[in-house]
Design a protein. Sequence first.
Length: 74
Amino acid sequence: DEFKFVISSQADYDWSKNIYLEKLRGRPNPVLFSPAHDDLPARNLARWILDDGLPVRLQLQIHKYIWGADARGV
């Protein structure tokens, strides 16, 4: 199982980070932090993760970068 947080703001990030630190740290399950494509630039989320030294995975919705956010069935 994986835990995934979709993050659209600094407040979402702070909440997700706190949940990770309080409840998920040390578990063997991967924890994914994914930026909401239209709301948060991936570079911002990556910077916050790196600055805080969180051992989480940055997950991007690659299909949206390749085919665009409105493409369906890809």
